[in-house]
Design a protein around this ligand. Sequence first.
Ligand code: PMP
Length: 364
Amino acid sequence: MSPIATLVNSTIRPDVQAVASYHVADASGFIKLDAMENPYHLPHHLREDLAQRLADVALNRYPAPAYSSVKQRIRDKLGVPAGYDVILGNGSDELISILCMACAMQDRRATVVAPTPSFVMYQRSAQFAGMDYVGVPLKADLTLDLPAMLAAIAEHKPALVFLSYPNNPTGNLFAEDDIVAIIRALDGFGLAIVDEAYEPFAQQTFMHRLPEFDNLVVMRTVSKLGLAGIRLGYMSAAPQLLAEFDKVRPPYNINVLTQVAAEFALDHLEVLNQQAAALRAARADLMAALAAMPDVEVFPSAANFILIRVPDSDAINAKLLSHKVLIKNVSKMHSVLTNCLRITVSTPEENSTFLDAFAASQAA
Ligand code: PMP
């Protein structure tokens, strides 16, 4: 074995060596419908104002670690209940890992439970923090298996249960009553994390219900709203919990450019909200068009992406790639997703290019 391989083996955890890197496809030259991004830019006049604000930022200084002004705007504009604060993450990815780091015990293995398939970082972050992960399969119709979730909670007494609302990669909203049943089942020993990354497209939230449940954490991101590039997530919960999570957060995790760009965007939130409304309308059109095609099963979506099932997902995906259209082939993620593809909703123009390429792929 080479000296460097010996060094890797003696220093890096075997379970880290064993996993594959988080794969991000190279999208250059493709219509990019794989990552749930908002296809719209800020309008030109706003971009000029933003450029000025960014030019004035003191790049030589660390951020002020309280992040008061951006947090104030989030609290005021994004429905955080009175008396509740938020903590910020470098994307909600970082918040997931902060939650796991804060809850991984040293004297025993703590557990994370989540429905599966769901967002892959729940499992990864649990693993890297040294927690056990228990995935509870969704039912064949992709709805939550509440009895199985409650049984897993009773058996494993998880510290954390992650619920993507709506769920990625399936797009559906789990029943509100089921989520409440899970929150109640965890009462006294575990936290329910309702991950509302796709809230702008679902317009359903647990944020206003925080005061009802001490063990509820509501997590969101500005990524899908149109700011994926700045990397900003936020979460709210009882102040006593937030104070603990905040100790695990790296002190300057949100950079000054992100901070200023987020403040600017939140001052113009109506622009992003209009874009989300356009995407919701485009989602309805795209779902209807797909449903009218032969051999396509379209699942309900409350997100900015649509899950479909086709007779041969690998073949369709390969043909879409040859048409320079990038979507996500999720068919191997879990057996309930056999032959499923996930398509991000985009502009009417890109959606129709996709539909043409899809029709051609079916015909070929
Ligand atoms: N939660 C869910 C359910 C997601 O699908 C994603 C991204 N795909 C994230 C969280 C992470 O978002 P970000 O790190 O961009 O905030």
